[in-house]
Design a protein around this ligand. Sequence first.
Ligand SMILES: Cc1cc2nc3c(=O)[nH]c(=O)nc-3n(C[C@H](O)[C@H](O)[C@H](O)COP(=O)(O)OP(=O)(O)OC[C@H]3O[C@@H](n4cnc5c(N)ncnc54)[C@H](O)[C@@H]3O)c2cc1C
Length: 386
Amino acid sequence: MSEPDVAVLVEQLLDQHPPSATPPTAFFGARFDAGLAWVHYPVGCGGLGADPEQQRVVEELLAAADAPSSYPLNPIGLGMVGPTIAHHGTEAQRARYLRPLYSAEEVWCQLFSEPGAGSDLASLATRAERDGDEWIVNGQKVWTSLGHKAAFGLLLARTDIDAPKNRGLTTFLIDMRAPGVDIRPLRQMTGHAEFNEVYLEEVRLPANAQLGPEGKGWQVATTTLMNERVSIGRVMATMATPAETATRLFVERNDRDPVLRDRVARMWMESEVGRLINERAGQLGQTGDPGPVGSIGKLFSAEHALRVHNLIVDLLGADGMLYPSFGGDGSPIEHAPQVSFLRSRANTIEGGTSEVMRNILAERVLGLPRDDHGPRDRPWKDIPRN
Ligand SMILES: Cc1cc2nc3c(=O)[nH]c(=O)nc-3n(C[C@H](O)[C@H](O)[C@H](O)COP(=O)(O)OP(=O)(O)OC[C@H]3O[C@@H](n4cnc5c(N)ncnc54)[C@H](O)[C@@H]3O)c2cc1C
């Protein structure tokens, strides 16, 4: 079959739905229907069955036409859940969830981390037990970004306590408004409340809420996590502004300090290297299963973010100690450098910590001996926990 001409399809989309005259939601839906959401997905799932390389052409043409993007409205949905449903979902699940996910009419969150299971995610304790055709879920999740805005969540739960920890898990698609789902915001040191703790008490899930086979939740979650790293790394890398801000501040100070100048130049180069690494990871990631390469981009971008925001605060001098004024809802103004400085600490934690990224690279890229996690076949119920 010949490759579709995506440039022609983009032109048609723009003709029929001019971005300046079309409500964003309608534009996102039309883009999905035209197969230009994720070109490599099958027809009907927001794609064209095309070469993933074509996605870049689509993005560039749409950016040039000032078309809106739904990614910022539903970053977990588009960056992580969409690829997971496309890869592991049934036809009915793809048909039900992908379009409103892409148009951001239904925002998604990720219910993986728990108070006792972050880096060691496979040890999680939230239980899903069968009751006839349904599942009943009990447990607690934490750090659930956008949980307060989400229509649905991608839930990882334990369905077999006798199996080893990563073999007794199953993934579910959960309605965040279902009875028994209790969402409580957590406030971070920036003043924002991006994430939540989520209590699940006797939450009933229908059989068709299961994503992927029972007991194969770890494989499903791995697709999500690899896409998460690519997604986070990419977002950080497209925010070229910290290195630009550092350069601007340095020029404004008219500073001759050679040490500072060296730091600014170094940050500029790092920012460019990060952009290129993430560009490569993103290209590989468009196949839906990017492999461990996303961890390189995620690690590099997170560590760079710490260094460049430290530099910016140094360049601000005494002003670096001031926190900007608060907006109408009581939270600090989003893009102030002092806010970004505090927020950058989270970059080395979200989506897997830098230490865990280094472990993944050591084991799966460099082939070094694995961390000792104890006997691999020990049933989850026999593993000591706090
Ligand atoms: C801003 C933000 C948003 C988030 N959003 C979500 C979300 O939407 N959904 C979700 O499910 N989770 C989310 N998380 C949670 C995130 O994935 C976890 O915080 C992260 O995986 C670390 O887990 P933990 O906090 O339990 O730390 P722990 O796993 O307890 O780690 C504590 C420390 O020990 C180190 N450590 C642990 N294990 C090892 C090891 N094997 N080798 C070396 N060092 C190790 C860690 O690097 C860290 O420094 C978010 C976190 C943040 C900061």
